[in-house]
Design a protein around this ligand. Structure first.
Ligand code: 13P
Length: 253
């Protein structure tokens, strides 16, 4: 059984005070359920990670980084290594979020290096994939998602793959208020699972969690997560409001 997994990607939002308040409210709200019925992760901006880690201390609410660099250390101004994220208490990290791919120009090759370095460094990466609207309209969704998966997981062994979560985030649904219907999302999730089975094995594919992301809110989270291959959600905007995010978390079970 795959345990549902709800993660809040705060993107470039919050400040030192509001990040700690938000994390504290989630810790309190999810005290009895996080880690039991549902895995919960908060993914704040790098600079607020230590404050968020201490705010959720003593609970099962996990913390992650929004990005990571693939080198261990050295002259890479502005970058953060997997070991640094571990050192400040992160267990998860996003790799290949659509904003990194499409706003900051990250390639599949870079995403793959980051993913491998994260696993080797003891982090649990969330590999984000998803098509743009013009690709969906041209019926290229499967082709795009397959390439991001195959290239993203290149050189990742079956053992290593168990550390990975996949997040399907159609670019046209991110921050737009447009959510994929549960049928549209389930269709792509089932495709992703079949591709994971082709790359690894049916057994491994059944063990890997696949989150949906893109305008998830409390009002639609439960029906999305009710789909057979939707094992959780990766939430942007709605994860910035404690009540709304708690509503989403509770939709997981
Ligand atoms: P929204 O929930 O704001 O659409 O963002 C989704 C996302 O990109 C999460 O990583």
């Amino acid at each position: 059984m795959r345990k549902p997994f709800a993660a809040g990607n705060w993107k470039m939002n919050t400040d030192s005070k509001s990040s700690v308040e938000l994390a504290g409210a989630i810790k309190e709200g999810a005290a009895d359920i996080a880690g039991n019925q549902v895995d919960v992760a908060l993914i704040p901006p790098f600079v607020y990670i230590p404050g968020v880690v201490s705010a959720v201390g003593g609970s099962q609410v996990a913390v992650g980084g929004q990005d990571v660099y693939f080198e261990k250390e050295g002259a890479f101004t502005g970058e953060i290594s997997p070991a640094m994220l571990k050192d400040v208490g992160c267990s998860y990290v996003l790799c290949g979020h659509s904003e990194r791919r499409h706003v900051l120009g990250e390639s599949d090759e870079i995403v793959n290096k980051k993913l491998k370095a994260s696993i080797t460094g003891g982090l649990l990466p969330i590999l984000c994939v998803g098509e743009k609207i013009e690709q969906r309209e041209a019926e290229q969704t499967e082709q795009v998602v397959k390439q991001q998966l195959v290239k993203g997981l290149e050189g990742v062994s079956e053992d290593m793959a168990e550390a990975v979560t996949i997040a399907y985030e159609p670019v046209w649904a991110i921050g737009t208020g447009l959510t994929a219907t549960k049928e549209q999302a389930q269709e792509v999730h089932a495709f992703i699972r079949s591709e994971l089975a082709a790359i690894y094995s049916q057994e491994t594919a059944e063990n890997i969690r696949i989150q949906y992301g893109g305008s998830v809110k409390a009002a639609n989270a439960a029906e999305l997560m009710g789909q057979k291959d939707i094992d959780g959600v990766l939430v942007g905007g709605a994860s910035l409001k404690a009540d709304e995010f708690m509503g989403i978390i509770k939709g997981a079970f």
